[in-house]
Write a protein that binds this ligand. Structure first.
Ligand SMILES: [Ca+2]
Length: 505
């Protein structure tokens, strides 16, 4: 993920000329006969993510069109109750009952009124614990970067100018709120030469601004929840600087985070991450091979592709082939590679061959890498495949054709009884793929991505969209990492022309 900008297929952000510039938001609001079903599906998915504010907005959109919709009143009341705001829940139910005289609303109203009389106050603690328990996930991409990157690797992924004083060089990372520190140590005596950082050296210390960014965000995390993540060597220790701290080893990092005496960590906790590579002399790191494992996955089914061939080229796609492997019957593969930069050429009968980069830092001993490939498209078909990193959990692809949005809540679009476009499935647990196929390329459309779960920023999601046209090389668009907000406008397709946007929506 750190090195995507090197790939040859990359499409640089281009200004789309003559593109209709309406905001991505209106794609969601576009009215049509199935919008009720879509809003219900949206609201239910928001509830799954405990994003009650957006669920309420989705129910309110139903009420705008249909003020007598009993399910929408009930849904809103449930959301407010989940937020601990029983008074608002009761308010909505009263309003709904006054309009509809529905027995269902009357019953719910009685239950909530009883709860309101009983407790009087809201149960914010319950809500916090609930959120803490379900949204916590290990930020594996960050740990992999901290454990594997030397100075050259950080340079490639983007840094600000190093600040050197007292023989310590502090390097601020771009796109990641963290500082990496370099200095000469016993194991790395040549890390710094005056103000110049040696490209092969590892930071002796890394600090993140927000300790919770290591766990997918949020306010705090208890020791119980940390324990549920199965972190190797996790324990509470006394620390000379922090007082109490939790410590664990993960992905080549020794991690220490300030905590209270019970081991609870908050977003403000001071922290230090030490890459184990910085503790070994350079000579010990030579001849260490990385074991790379993963799957080749079919973009439409999400299943492994058996007997696909992966050729690992050194440095670039016409470079020497260092290793070739074939996937097993479940689509899995494993290979041992020297540290370095590779282009993997993935091919299989009836599938479009892809080229994908693989960056193995010199301290890396394990790497997981999946490759997503898709069958050749038929004449007149266009297939668009979305993939991304571990965070956010849920990005959604949207293809808007003639004002109809094809997305998770409306997976198919028919015209005159013929299926024109379909979403294969909604990936909700990170990485992808999520694939939309347009069966009739005489239709124009625009394609955008929505950060549904918001468990991470879209700009650093590593999102990549690959556009497959029959008989042509696939076009790859990697998200511009400066994009913020919840929407990414990727491209439009009009009159047979693809116009890359790669802009915030
Ligand atoms: Ca999704």
């Amino acid at each position: 993920m750190s090195n995507r900008n090197r790939i040859i297929l990359i499409i640089v952000a281009a200004l789309a000329i003559g593109v209709i510039g309406f905001s991505a938001y209106f794609g969601l609001k576009s009215g049509n006969s199935s919008s009720y079903k879509e809003h219900i599906a949206e609201a239910e998915k928001y509830i799954e993510y405990e994003d009650y504010e957006n669920a309420i907005l989705a129910y309110e959109r139903i009420l705008e069109k249909d003020p007598d919709n009993v399910d929408a009143y009930l849904g809103i009341a449930e959301c407010y109750a989940a937020l601990g705001d029983i008074e608002s829940a009761v308010g909505y139910l009263r309003q709904g009952y006054a309009r509809t005289r529905s027995a269902k609303l009357d019953l719910a109203l009685a239950e909530y009124e009883e709860e309101l009389d009983g407790s009087g106050t809201t149960s914010k603690d319950d809500v916090d614990n609930k959120q803490g328990g379900t949204t916590v996930l290990l930020n594996t991409d960050a740990f992999r970067m901290f454990g594997g990157n030397n100075y050259n690797d950080y340079l490639r992924s983007g840094i600000e100018s190093p600040v050197v004083s007292n023989q310590i060089a502090n390097v601020r990372l771009q796109h990641v709120d963290a500082t990496v520190h370099f200095t000469n140590t016993e194991t790395q005596p040549d890390a710094l030469d005056g103000t110049v950082i040696n490209g092969d050296s590892y930071p002796y210390l890394i600090e993140v601004d927000n300790a919770m960014s290591l766990f997918g965000g949020g306010y705090s995390i208890t020791y119980d929840v940390l324990s549920s993540l199965n972190l190797p060597d996790l324990r509470i220790v006394t620390h000379e600087l922090y007082g109490n701290a939790v410590t664990f080893n993960y992905s080549g990092c020794i991690v220490t985070i300030e905590s209270d005496s019970e081991g609870t960590v908050t977003f403000e906790s001071r922290n230090s991450i030490v890459p184990e590579a910085s503790l070994h002399a350079a000579s010990e790191l030579e001849d260490v091979k990385a074991s790379v494992t993963g799957h080749v996955i079919d973009a439409q089914t999400g299943e492994g592709v058996p007997y696909a061939s992966i050729a690992f080229h050194a440095d670039n796609q016409v470079g020497v082939v260092m290793e070739t492997v074939e996937t097993e019957s479940d689509g899995s593969y494993s290979v041992e590679l020297e540290p370095g930069f590779y282009i993997a050429e993935v091919s299989c009968d009836e599938y479009v061959t892809i080229y994908s980069e693989l960056d193995l830092g010199s301290a890396q001993t394990e790497e997981e890498k999946d490759f997503i490939i898709t069958k050749e498209t038929a004449e007149g078909e266009i297939r668009v495949v979305l993939e991304w990193g571990t965070y956010p959990n849920d990005l959604d692809s949207h293809m808007v054709i003639n004002g109809t949005d094809v997305y998770f809540a409306n997976k198919e679009f028919y015209s005159g009884g013929t299926l024109v476009a379909e979403l294969d499935h909604d990936d909700v647990d990170g990485v992808g793929p999520e694939t939309i196929t347009l069966h009739d390329s005489s239709f124009s459309f625009r394609y955008f991505i929505h950060n549904f779960s918001r468990t991470g920023d879209i700009g650093v999601s590593g999102a990549r969209v690959t556009i497959y046209l029959p008989g042509e090389s696939p076009i790859t668009v990697d998200i511009d990492s400066s994009i913020s907000g919840d929407y990414w406008n990727v491209f439009t397709y009009e009159n047979g022309q693809i116009n890359i946007q790669n802009s915030a929506g």
